[in-house]
Design a protein around this ligand. Structure first.
Ligand code: HEM
Ligand SMILES: CC(C)=CCC/C(C)=C/CC/C(C)=C/COP(=O)(O)OP(=O)(O)O
Length: 302
C-alpha cells in the first residue's frame, strides 16, 4: 500500500527524533539524581511513609527540571561537545536536533516540571528546584566551567541539591539533616568528576576547558581526588554522629568509604587510565549504595 510506504520512513524519523530528545536529558546521570531526591523524601518522614501523591508529583517535577537543565547544558555547549570524543555523538553536534527546538524542548519540560512542583507539591520546592536549574545550566555551564578548575567544586552545589529538594517536597522546609545529605554529595562530586577528567584530559585540553588535570597536571589531580575522598569519608560519618542514622548505615558508610579510599590511594600511587575509569564507575556505585543504605537504615533502625 502506497500510504504505508510513505509512512514508514517518517515513523523511523519520528522515533529517532524522540530518542534524540531523550538523550538530551542525560537520562543516566539524572536517574541517580532523581534517586537521591526520592531517598530525601523518605528520610524526611521520621516514622512511616511520605504521601504517595507527593512522592509521585515531586519525582516527576524534579526529573523534568533536571532533564531540562541537561538539555540547556547540551544547547549551550554544542560547540564544545563537538570537539570532545566523549560528547561528539550528542544530538546537537550530530545535527539531529537544532538549537531552536532544543530550547523549546527545554523550556516546555522545565515549565512542566516547575508547574507540577508549584501546583502539586509546594512553592518552596519549586523555587529550590529553579535555583538548582540556574545553578547548573547558567552558573556552572556558562560562567564556571570555561573559567576555573574549581568549576565542579562550586558547581557541585547544584548537583548536591536533589536530597534537599526531596526533603522540602515532603516537609515544606529544609532541615539540618537535609543539609547533611547535601554535604555528602558535595564532597563526593570532586572525586567523581576528577577521576573521569584524568582519563579524559586530552578531550578537555582539545576543547579548551580548564579542568584540573589540564591546568594543574595529573599528579595534583590525583592528590586532590585522594584528599576529597578523605573529606567524603569524614562527612559520611556525620549522619551517624548526629543520630540521624544508625549502626547499619555506619557499617555501610565505613565499608563503602574504605573501598573508595582504596581506589583513590591506588589512583594516586599507581596510576593508569583504566584504573581511573574504574574509580569513576565505582564513584557512581558508591553513591547509589550509600543512599540505599541511608534508606534501609531509616526503616530497619536498631
Ligand atoms: C557538577 C557536578 C558533576 C559533574 C561535573 C559531573 C560530571 C560527569 C561527567 C562528565 C560524566 C560523564 C557523562 C557522559 O559520559 O555522558 C558523568 C557521569 C555520571 N554522573 Fe556525574 N557529574 C556531576 C554530578 C553528578 C551527580 C550529583 C550525580 C548523581 C547524584 C551524578 C551521576 C552521574 C552518573 C550516574 C553518571 C554515569 C552516566 C552514564 O553512565 O552514562 N553526577 N558525570
Ligand atoms: C533541577 C536539577 C535537579 C538539576 C540537576 C542537574 C545537575 C546539577 C546535574 C549535575 C550532573 C551533571 C549532568 C554533570 C555533567 O557535567 P557536565 O555538564 O560538565 O558534563 P558533560 O561534559 O557531559 O556535558
Amino acid at each position: 500500500m502506497p500510504a504505508a510506504k510513505t509512512l514508514t520512513p517518517d515513523r523511523h524519523g519520528a522515533s529517532r527524533r524522540l530518542h534524540a530528545f531523550y538523550v538530551l536529558t542525560k537520562p543516566r546521570v539524572n536517574t541517580l539524581i532523581v534517586f537521591c531526591a526520592i531517598i530525601g523524601m523518605f528520610l524526611a518522614v521520621p516514622d512511616g511513609l511520605p504521601s504517595p501523591a507527593t512522592v509521585l508529583a515531586a519525582t516527576l517535577g524534579i526529573a523534568c527540571v533536571a532533564g531540562a537543565a541537561a538539555a540547556m547544558n547540551c544547547l549551550i555547549e554544542a560547540r564544545i561537545d563537538a570537539r570532545m570524543t566523549r560528547t561528539s555523538g550528542r544530538p546537537l553536534p550530530r545535527g539531529e536536533l537544532g538549537p531552536a527546538e532544543t530550547l523549546a524542548f527545554a523550556g516546555a519540560l522545565g515549565g512542566l516540571g516547575l508547574t507540577l512542583l508549584h501546583q502539586l507539591v509546594n512553592p518552596l520546592t519549586m523555587w529550590l528546584t529553579l535555583a538548582t536549574f540556574v545553578g547548573y545550566a547558567v552558573v556552572y555551564t556558562i560562567f564556571l566551567k570555561p573559567r576555573t578548575p574549581q568549576n565542579i567544586v562550586i558547581g557541585g552545589a547544584s548537583g548536591a541539591m536533589p536530597p534537599v529538594l526531596g526533603w522540602a517536597a515532603v516537609t515544606g522546609e529544609v532541615s539540618a539533616d537535609a543539609l547533611l545529605l547535601f554535604l555528602i554529595i558535595f564532597a563526593w562530586t570532586p572525586p567523581h568528576f576528577w577521576s573521569l577528567a584524568l582519563y579524559r584530559s586530552a578531550d578537555y585540553a582539545r576543547a579548551g576547558l580548564p579542568m584540573l588535570p589540564v591546568t594543574h597536571g595529573p599528579e595534583f589531580t590525583r592528590l586532590s581526588v585522594l584528599l576529597y575522598t578523605c573529606i567524603l569519608f569524614g562527612v559520611t560519618l556525620l549522619p551517624f554522629a548526629t543520630r540521624m542514622s544508625g549502626a547499619l548505615y555506619l557499617a555501610a558508610a565505613v565499608a563503602l568509604g574504605a573501598a573508595f579510599l582504596r581506589h583513590a590511594w591506588r589512583l594516586y600511587t599507581d596510576y593508569s587510565d583504566a584504573y581511573a575509569r574504574r574509580t569513576f564507575r565505582f564513584s557512581i556505585l558508591y553513591l547509589f549504595l550509600l543512599f540505599a543504605a541511608l534508606l534501609v537504615d531509616h526503616y530497619l533502625r536498631f
